[in-house]
Ligand binder design. Structure first.
Ligand code: NAP
Length: 269
């Protein structure tokens, strides 16, 4: 499994698991938790959750083997409210620490205040690392200038159809050794139905999801967190971490999904 090194030297698997909308439908809950557990057994031990989607059950009994990422809403990112939000997440996750705690997106609270509040949570041991999500390169410059140099990741929308971050944000993060975490790496399932991607996948004898994920992981600084609700999809995604795309594959993908030639605003889902 490719690993990504966070600032400070800790390594995490480049392929993790998203959990948005998981375990919400009663009829699918058991199957989805089972899929997450299979993923953990296969090495997909980085689990992404948030205030609005926490899947504590999936990590019962395997807490020490997983790296839990959770997030706080921007309105909870103030000095007073961040601790309370974090404590509520810890309770929901039935754990005593969050490995990586993120500001979900930028809101009205000054970045300096959020950075300071995150550092306090780190000092108290409730979180081990902190980062941000949906911040563009200008926001990141501001964050660093505001005392946020300990930020270890920016979780962003990045996949073959959302290549904007390649223009400025990904190089910015790579230069500083800050990990990029690609959310919706198969564009919420839309990419697996894309004919252009299917063509490359068929030529290689793999699935479109695998090509999309392997492509995302081709950059050293990128971690991808696909959400898969079935064991079959989890296994399919796990295999993507062992696939290597050759120059012909990459050229075909560049032709079908052109890289950005100019800056584009950071997109969000
Ligand atoms: P995604 O991972 O790109 O796509 C999930 C969809 O793709 C599901 O419908 C899933 O179906 C399907 N899928 C997964 N693997 C597949 C495979 N091998 N073959 C066929 N279909 C497959 O979308 P996402 O859930 O939006 O993003 C991933 C995670 O990123 C989220 O779960 C969440 O943790 C995080 N996220 C963060 C933010 C943020 O603002 N920071 C925003 C959005 C998402 P099944 O469920 O049937 O397997």
């Amino acid at each position: 499994m490719k690993m990504v090194t966070l600032p400070g030297g800790e390594t995490v698997p480049a392929l993790g698991q998203g959990t948005w909308k998981m375990a919400e439908r009663r009829d699918r809950r058991a199957a989805e938790i089972a899929a997450l557990r299979v993923g953990i057994d296969l090495g997909l031990t980085l689990i992404d959750t948030a205030e609005m989607y926490a899947v504590g059950e999936a990590v019962v009994g395997v807490r020490d083997a997983v790296f839990i990422v959770s997030k706080a809403y921007p309105q909870n990112a103030s000095r007073d409210r961040l601790r309370r939000a974090c404590e509520a997440s810890l309770k929901r996750l039935a754990t005593d620490r969050i490995d990586l705690y993120l500001l979900h997106w930028r809101g009205a609270v000054p970045l300096a205040e959020t950075a300071e509040a995150m550092e306090r949570l780190k000092a108290s041991g409730q979180i081990r690392h902190w980062g941000v999500s949906n911040l563009d390169a200008a926001d990141m410059d501001e964050l660093i200038a505001a005392g946020g140099a300990a930020c270890v990741t920016d979780q962003i929308l990045y996949n073959l159809t959302r290549r904007g971050p390649e223009h400025d944000l990904l190089p910015w993060l790579a230069e500083r050794g800050i990990a990029a975490m690609a959310y919706s790496p198969v564009e919420q399932g839309r990419l697996v139905r894309d004919d252009r991607l299917s063509e490359v996948a068929a030529r290689r004898g793999v699935t479109p999801a695998q090509v999309a994920l392997t492509w995302t992981l081709r950059r050293d600084e990128v971690i991808a967190i696909p959400k898969a609700g079935t064991v079959e999809h989890v296994r399919d995604n796990r295999a993507a971490a062992d696939l290597v795309l050759d120059a012909d594959d990459l050229a075909a993908l560049d032709a079908a999904f052109p890289p950005p030639r100019a800056p584009r605003p950071l997109e969000m889902l």
